[in-house]
Design a protein around this ligand. Sequence first.
Ligand code: ADP
Length: 458
Amino acid sequence: INDSTPSPETLERLSSMFTINSDKLNQIVRHFVSEMKKGLDSDKSGLLMIPSHVVNLPNGKEHGSFLALDLGGTNFRVCEVFLDGHSGARVRQSKHTVTDEQKALPGEQLFDFFAQCVKHFLIEGLANPSTEPLAEIAKRHWKLGFTFSFATNQVAIAEGYLILWNKGFSNPGVIGANVVQLLEAALKRAGLASIKVTALVNDTTGTLVSHAYVQPSTRVGVILGTGTNCAYVEKIENITKYKNTDPNVKEMLVNTEWGAFDDEQVVVPRNKYDVKVDRSMNGMGKYTFEKLISGMYLGEIVRFVLVDLVKTGEIFSAGASPELKMPHSFETAFMSRIERDHTLDLSDTRTVLEDMLKIPRTTLADRRLVKSLCELVGKRSARLSAAGIAAVITKMNKLDGCTVGIDGSLFELYPHYSNRMRDALREILGLSAEYIVLEQARDGSGQGAALIAALAEK
Ligand code: ADP
């Protein structure tokens, strides 16, 4: 080992732990497609394949003013969406961070917080705040689309029961409950009984619908943010577990809940660091595919590897720092920053390691090793999400082309992410990959929920 080049043995070992080659990708896709089929048939599959009850894509003529709430993972947003009837929309919104404490509050209190946010938002939006703002608001008879991005057993467009929490939420009293009812009850307690929750939406279906509003060839919606998930358009006769009674319904959006793909550990390779991350976060053994892919976990995987490399003396020989030992101290955004660092001496990587993580002294070899590690973990994430997309497109028989709308900070901000996905798609689908368009979907869930609330009226 010298000061500028990391040990080839270390690099080789890490690379073999995190690399997913073409053969493995193809195996994953085959298993994914078979799990999709099983999930459409019954609930005996790792993929929940939840029928969304959304049966129309927008045609751009939807109009009116709707409320939308969006509980993603990191943020809670309240939006007022004006659909102009000509494929256009304006959005007014407020954004609130959901703290770790709030993620553990009794469920009712979490929903009370949402209702208070809505109340303040509506009062702020009044042209002439009178002495009776609530009476003023009640006159509007708002319809609300609620984007609730967790696995719910959706039995109607506005009725869904939480199956399990993920992304760090653990609020008691919500699993098994109808989240629309919880929200309406909280709105009522806040004096907002005139608001009707007309659609319960998953962020993936919201993303798909809102991207279809601007790009009609959209058939798949993907989230790559705090968590990861995907929805797509399925033929109603293929959703054999769904008892369709309406002859006019030909298609329905299906929420795959792909974050929980392969929780039975059949096909996706996992290493000891993945196992550590799984054990250290809540929901052990659940959403294990998501834990290899999404923003909430990638930095933590890198951190666990670094802590181990310090122990074996393979990195930071001048010593590590207490910060590095703290859970979640290595943010996924740091990985973006390090991967974007193209300076000769990796000076921005040094800033992250020495200034932000307080590592006393790093060598160029250390920084190169950290960068290679980020690349391995980031690339694996992109390749696995691409495998999911390839499987969905294969299942839909859309190899002749369609658009995938993708929302989330990971896709938007992580360097090379979409190129890496594209490389993997080529390895899996060959020439057909050229017909798959991956597009950034912007702010889908607010507008998507409003559109679905509008479509639900039809
Ligand atoms: P949500 O999924 O909660 O609606 P986002 O799409 O903004 O919200 O995703 C938040 C996640 O994105 C966090 O887990 C965070 O680690 C990750 N993230 C934030 N900034 C970046 C970045 N620059 N590069 C990669 N990941 C990021």
